[in-house]
Structures are given as C-alpha cells and as structure tokens.
Design a protein around this ligand. Structure first.
Ligand SMILES: Cc1cc2nc3c(=O)[nH]c(=O)nc-3n(C[C@H](O)[C@H](O)[C@H](O)COP(=O)(O)OP(=O)(O)OC[C@H]3O[C@@H](n4cnc5c(N)ncnc54)[C@H](O)[C@@H]3O)c2cc1C
Length: 455
C-alpha cells in the first residue's frame, strides 16, 4: 500500500515538473532542477503525515528517484533542468520488446544497402569538413571540386571523400573528441551546446544462476536503503545506487545503476560486482543461502570509447535549443548550397532524445534534408555507410554516410534502393522535383514507431 501510495504521489510530482515546460510557469525561486523540485514537494507531503509514517515513505520516494535517474539518463536529478524535462515526449503505446532484438529494425533497413557499402572497423578520427580554399575563384574546376569535398580520415589509415557527411557518433563521443575530430573546429555555438547537454551513464548488471531462487510471486526486489552519505568513499557506497533486481526469467536477474556509481562499477571486475550483489540479495531476502550467480555480466557504456555514456538529457541551463544547435547542418562556405556536415543520432531529436526512435527519426531528417536540397541528384551514387564495431552492442550501427568515396573498396555497383528516389520524373528534372527517401520493406518499422507490437 505504501509503495502504491508513493508511486502515485511521485507520478503527480513528476508531472508537475513536466508542466513547467508545457505551461511555462516560473519555478519557485532557487529551484532549477528536477531533483530539487521533487524533494521540495516530497518534504511538503511528508510534513503533513505523522512522524512514524514518514520514514518508509521517504525510502520508497528515494527508490523512485534512483529509478528515475536510469529512465532520464542522468545519474543525478539535481543536474536535470526543471524547465526542460517536459520537452521529452513519450511515444504512446508503451515499451516494446523487439521479438528478435534490434535486427528486426536494422534488417529491413540494411537489406537495401549493398553489404560492401557498410564498412565495419573504420573508426573515424578526423573529419575535414571545410577544405575549401579561402578564395575558390582562383581554383580550376576539378581542383575546386576536390577542395570542396569533405575528407574523412579513419584510424586504420583509410581516407574517404564526400560531398556531405552525416555524423552520427554519440553525444559522449562528441563531448570527448569533437575538438580533435573536426577540422576546422566546430563553431563555438555548437561546441557550447555539446557541453551543455548531458550524456549520462546507465548500466545493467545481469546475474545468471544455475537454479531459480526467487519465489514465483516475486518479480522484482526493490532495494530501500537508509540515507547514503554521498561524501563517503565510492567503494563503500556505489552499490546503493542499484534500485532493484528484476526477474527476467527464473534464473536471470537484472539490476540497473546510473551516474558516478555506474562509472565506478565499470572499474570493478565482474567477480567483485557479483559478490556485492550476492551480499545485497542475501541481506534483503534475509536468506544466507542465496546462491552465487554462475555468471555476472555488466555493461560498461561509459568506458566504451565509441559510446562514452548511455543517453542524453537536458542539464540545468540547457534547453531544446541546444539540441537544435547541435543538429543544425554546417556549410563550408556561405555560398555553398550543399551542407558539408550534418548531424543525427538520439541527441539530435528535440523531443525523442535518449531513444532509438529519436535516433532513427533524426537520421531520416538529416537524409531528407540532403535529398530535398535543390540540385541534389542521388541516382549516380549511393550512400556509403561506415560503421565501426562497438563491443558493447549487438547492433550494427551506422555512423557516417558519404556519397562519394576515393577508396577502391567503396567503388561498388550502385544497386541499393535505400536512397533518394526521384519520383516519376526524369533525372534532368530532379533539381526542381519533389524528392523523397524510400526504404522498401520497412512497413513494420512504422508500426513500431506508432507503438504497435511487432507480434
Ligand atoms: C542501458 C540502455 C538502455 C536503453 N533503453 C532504451 C529503451 O528502452 N528504449 C529506447 O528507445 N532507447 C533506449 N536506449 C537508448 C538507445 O539505445 C540510444 O538512444 C540509441 O541507440 C542511440 O542511437 P544513435 O544512433 O544515436 O547512437 P549509437 O547507437 O550509439 O550509434 C553510434 C555509432 O557510432 C559509432 N561510433 C562512435 N564513435 C565513432 C568513430 N569515431 N568512428 C566511427 N564510428 C563511431 C558507434 O560505434 C556506434 O555504432 C538505451 C540505452 C542504454 C545504454
């Protein structure tokens, strides 16, 4: 009953936070974060209750806040902007478990891209997006064409040239490497927005057992800890950030952890994490015979060089404008009609940031932006898509697209239908015609986007 009561109270308080964005109310003075606002409302609520009823409710509220850090993707709700939390939009239809994993999304998309055009193991180190000479009028036609190309340098020594590049590296990678990755450096406003958006760490801990020990009625073990001293040594408190263990099946448990505590956990061996989790389970189940897991696997999104975190949120002082600033295409020269550099990824969607559908839709937006530019004819060469392997992910992820390529590997026949198609008009007329991006066989994808189960 207390859990139900506090869950309802918490939901109302969170909704009120969201209303600041939707209704543009002014928050109470000195309150700028979601964490501060939630605590303020919590304290007012608890004050009205008899002393003896407060503690258990306080602990449940604290659990809900720890859980929220994993949902929002910021380890500390005091770092999440109060005025902007409402900018995130939930897709109707609830969460969907993809029956066969992300391959059911990527499969239909990748099917139309010739395999040789998806390059794995090509980590991009430098993107020279403005090679144009200061005075282009002094260059001859061919020279100028070469100069106007974007040059992409990979860690493995390969070099690619493109008219335009769509950069989909995660915000964490932009935060870490944008200064060195882009030549010339990205404009100041883009760099400031990259700094202002948050890219939090959220990790999962999987515990696999030889035998079931959760009773059949128990689906989740919620962990209510007494107040944690946040100034204490991380080694003595990191595990208190795990908010629960959920039963995935009879022999598999899942715990979630966020923020600095998650980063610390990533430095520990699976063995140590496993021992600590066993200790916690024995304590909370009051059962010294809880078995040790036969296997413990933890994600390490913060430590992965091609992720450097999990997903984006809007930090105190940031806004949706920062997302738009990051996503804005860059033109090498003011008179250029085609942007050299475009951006996509979850951090580029103003209301679906932090999600797969946000990433997908922002990619479509960037591609459509290019396709709809007057004078773009995409029937000559298909996009070359390079994707590096991310050891933490089972997905094949697209990271950069280039429409021309100096490398032999990429000089493949153009057969893909995953491209801009000029609907019912001749190529000659393409510059003035309506161009649309079509990807055949992705009807199920739109069902997914509308929240309808693929089953
Ligand atoms: C624990 C967890 C749970 C989540 N749960 C959900 C959920 O329930 N629902 C939901 O919608 N979303 C969820 N997400 C978020 C979702 O996974 C991401 O928002 C989404 O994958 C982002 O897609 P993206 O294309 O922007 O970035 P990514 O999928 O990270 O793709 C970026 C790609 O760029 C590559 N790359 C990076 N640097 C370089 C480089 N220098 N050169 C070449 N390639 C590079 C990476 O290897 C990667 O392949 C979750 C994320 C995590 C971590």
């Amino acid at each position: 009953a207390i859990l139900q009561e506090m869950y309802e109270v918490y939901s109302v308080f969170l909704k009120r936070c969201e209303e600041y964005f939707l209704c543009r109310y002014l928050p109470p003075e000195g309150v700028s974060s979601v964490g501060e606002h939630l605590r303020l409302e919590r304290d007012l609520y608890l004050q009205k209750l008899p002393e003896e009823q407060r503690k258990s409710r306080l602990l449940v509220f604290d659990y809900l806040m720890r859980r929220e850090t994993c949902i929002i993707g910021s380890g500390d709700l005091n770092a999440v902007d109060l005025m902007e939390i409402g900018s995130y939009t939930e897709l109707p239809g609830g969460n969907i478990s993809l029956p066969t994993g992300f391959s059911s999304i990527l499969g239909p998309l990748a099917k139309h891209v010739p395999p040789e055009k998806i390059l794995k193991g090509h980590a991009v180190s430098v993107v020279r997006w403005n090679n144009a000479a200061e005075d282009e009028t002094q260059l001859l036609g061919a020279q100028m064409e070469e100069k106007q190309k974007v040059e992409i340098l990979c860690d493995n020594g390969k070099v690619f040239y493109a008219d335009s590049v769509i950069c989909t590296v995660p915000l964490g990678v932009l935060k870490h490497s944008a200064k060195t990755m882009f030549q010339p450096p990205l404009p100041d406003n883009k760099m400031t927005s990259i700094e202002k958006l948050c890219y939090g760490t959220v990790d999962k801990i999987y515990l696999e057992y030889d035998r079931a020990f959760f009773t059949s009625e128990l689906s989740e073990l919620i962990l209510l800890w007494d107040k944690t001293d946040d100034t204490a040594d991380m080694a003595s408190r990191w595990y208190r950030k795990i908010y629960s263990f959920t039963k995935i099946n009879d022999t598999l448990l899942l715990g979630w952890i966020s923020g600095e505590e998650a980063k610390y956990m990533e430095t520990l061996s699976f063995e140590i994490v496993s021992e600590k989790c066993t200790e916690i389970l024995r304590l909370f189940l009051a059962d010294p015979f809880v078995p040790k897991p036969k296997r413990c696997i933890c994600t390490s999104w913060w430590s992965q060089p091609y992720s450097r975190g999990s997903y984006s949120s809007i930090g105190v002082g940031g806004s949706q404008l920062d997302i738009q600033t990051i996503a804005a295409p860059l033109y090498a020269q003011p008179h250029h009609t085609i942007p050299s550099l475009l951006f996509a990824g979850e951090h580029c969607h103003p209301s679906f940031y932090s999600t797969v559908h946000g990433a997908y839709l922002s990619g479509l937006d960037a591609a459509r932006y290019l396709c709809e530019l007057p004078g773009i004819v995409n029937t000559q060469q298909d996009p070359v898509t390079a994707a590096s392997d991310s050891s933490n992910s089972k997905q094949t992820r697209t990271q950069t697209s280039a429409d021309a390529d100096a490398d032999e590997e990429a000089r493949a026949p153009q057969t893909s239908s995953s491209r801009c198609e000029n609907k019912n008009v001749s190529q000659k007329d393409a510059s003035t015609s309506d161009l649309t991006l079509t990807v055949e066989g992705t009807a199920d994808l739109s069902s997914w986007l509308h929240g309808i189960s693929l089953n």
